[in-house]
Design a binder for this molecule. Structure first.
Ligand SMILES: C[S@@+](CC[C@H](N)C(=O)[O-])C[C@H]1O[C@@H](n2cnc3c(N)ncnc32)[C@H](O)[C@@H]1O
Ligand code: SF4
Length: 444
């Protein structure tokens, strides 16, 4: 079993490495084009955190009040521009970083989004120390339906090794904060990580007991994903990485949570249906606003500038914040849909036929056959379904997918200095919108 898993992992890693290779912007520049009548999802990235956890490879920088105030202002301009371009969103996901790092700015941004778009679902990510009663009420009043709280573990020693204990509190403090946040939002999600250095079976069992007792509506249990650039930092602060226990730990999680939760994705456990996952699987297309955000529209993946100052400069100058894109070929689009939809554990066959015709089965024959031979997929009259055995393969698939996203993020951070050579203000941009070297520096 371990040999198959390692072969599977290297294959996936290799294939994704290719599909996550981006070029510099090659189309006319500017923003993606909205198709009339289509409703998209909006992802908004807030890249600031009060402390930077050693394991995290998301696009995040140390919180600085002045820089954040400037950033939020530019972010609202970018969101307005999508509205002017005809984009309609009914679903907003605010992720980070830590979106609640400056609550006044966050609330203003939510107010703007509510004013511009007919939103019926808003999700916001946060950390345990921000679960203040008045902030929770303010978020609820703005229509937030899902609050996602990063906990990672209820083991004080592990929280210390992750540099989270001092800032976000001990396990006991976190439990109290979560109890206070219960019942305010339709979905309270708790983010957890398994396969952490130093995490034992007993420690994981205690975490699972705590979760079952707290019973949030949703638990997202991620495998630890370590980008190459973060490896030394993680080992230095948290201890040696381990690989071999990953499947056993995942099975322990599934066994403990299954009586109370059903699965909404391979790593997301929910007490009710129709829940929202961290990683977008429900929507076919989405727009990402903010520094280091991704969009997927009309078969093209776009990435915005990872430099905070560079991002603000671009937006303020009336230039698109997108600096990289990649057009997916037909087969890459099929593969993307195959992975993302089945991460949500089922793929509707009539949706497939409508989108690709029967050619999908021919083009994806190798993947389909491989997954079927692994016992990971089964066929029903209406859908392709991930089997109980296959769930772990999708956890591996997504882990490798995000590892490759992290490789791309690392590359973007390295390239920050060179990404502006081609910048020319668009028509109507304010005068003096030239970039300065100092503005490119703030990345991490
Ligand atoms: C990117 S954070 C943003 C929200 C908030 N700052 C927090 O810490 O929860 C969202 C979640 O991603 C997960 N995460 C971050 N880095 C990870 C990694 N290297 N491996 C697995 N999960 C990770 C954590 O569970 C975290 O709670
Ligand atoms: S895990 Fe959350 S708090 Fe920690 S650095 Fe990443 S985004 Fe920031």
């Amino acid at each position: 079993m371990r040999v198959i898993e390692s072969l599977f992992t290297s294959l996936v890693r290799h294939e994704y490495a290719r599909s996550m290779t981006f070029g510099p912007i090659s189309e006319s520049g500017g923003l993606p084009v909205a198709r009339p009548g289509v409703i998209y999802q909006l992802y908004v990235h807030i890249p600031f955190c009060p402390v930077l956890c050693p394991f995290c490879s998301f696009h995040r920088v140390q919180y600085q009040p002045q820089l954040a105030a400037r950033y939020f202002k530019s972010l609202r301009s970018e969101i307005r521009r999508y509205h002017e371009q005809g984009f309609v969103f009914d679903d907003l996901y605010v992720g980070g970083g830590t979106p609640t790092v400056n609550e006044e700015e966050l609330l203003r941004t939510l107010d703007l989004c509510n004013e511009l778009f007919p939103l019926n679902s808003i999700s916001v990510e946060t950390n345990p120390s921000d679960l203040r009663p008045h902030l929770l009420q303010d978020l609820r009043q703005r229509g937030v339906k899902r609050l996602s709280v990063g906990v990672q573990s209820f083991d004080d020693e592990l929280l210390k090794s992750m540099d989270r204990y001092d800032k976000y509190g001990s396990a006991e403090t976190i439990c109290r904060a979560l109890e206070g946040a219960r019942g305010i939002f339709p979905t309270l999600n708790v983010d957890m990580i398994f396969n952490l250095p130093g995490q034992t079976e007993d420690s994981l069992a205690r975490d699972l007991q705590t979760l079952v007792a707290l019973r949030p509506e949703q638990v997202s249990y991620y495998p630890l994903m370590v980008a190459d650039s973060a490896r030394r930092r993680v080992v230095g602060s948290m201890g040696p990485l381990r690989k071999s226990d990953s499947r056993r730990m995942f099975e322990q999680i599934v066994a403990a949570l299954s009586p109370d939760y059903h699965r909404s994705t391979a790593w997301c456990f929910s007490t009710r249906g129709g829940s929202i996952d961290e990683y977008i699987v429900g929507r076919d297309e989405y727009i990402g606003a903010g520094s280091g955000a991704f969009s997927y529209v009309n078969g093209v993946i776009h990435a915005t500038s990872f430099s905070i100052n560079g991002y603000c400069r671009r937006v303020d100058a009336g230039v698109s914040a997108i600096t990289r894109n990649k057009r997916l070929g037909r087969r890459e689009q099929m593969r993307y849909d195959f992975v993302m939809k089945l991460f949500g554990l089922s793929l509707d066959k009539s949706w497939l036929r409508h989108r690709y015709g029967n050619v999908f089965y021919l083009q994806m024959a190798v993947e389909l056959l491989g997954m079927w031979l692994l016992g990971a997929l089964k066929n029903s009259s209406q859908s392709l379904l991930v089997t109980a055995r296959g769930e772990y393969y999708w956890v591996i698939l997504m882990r490798e997918f995000f590892n490759n996203v992290n490789v791309f993020r690392d590359e973007m951070r390295r390239q920050i200095r060179s990404e502006y050579h081609d910048l020319a203000p668009q028509a109507g941009a304010p005068a003096g919108a030239k970039l300065q070297r100092a503005d490119m520096e703030h990345a991490d």
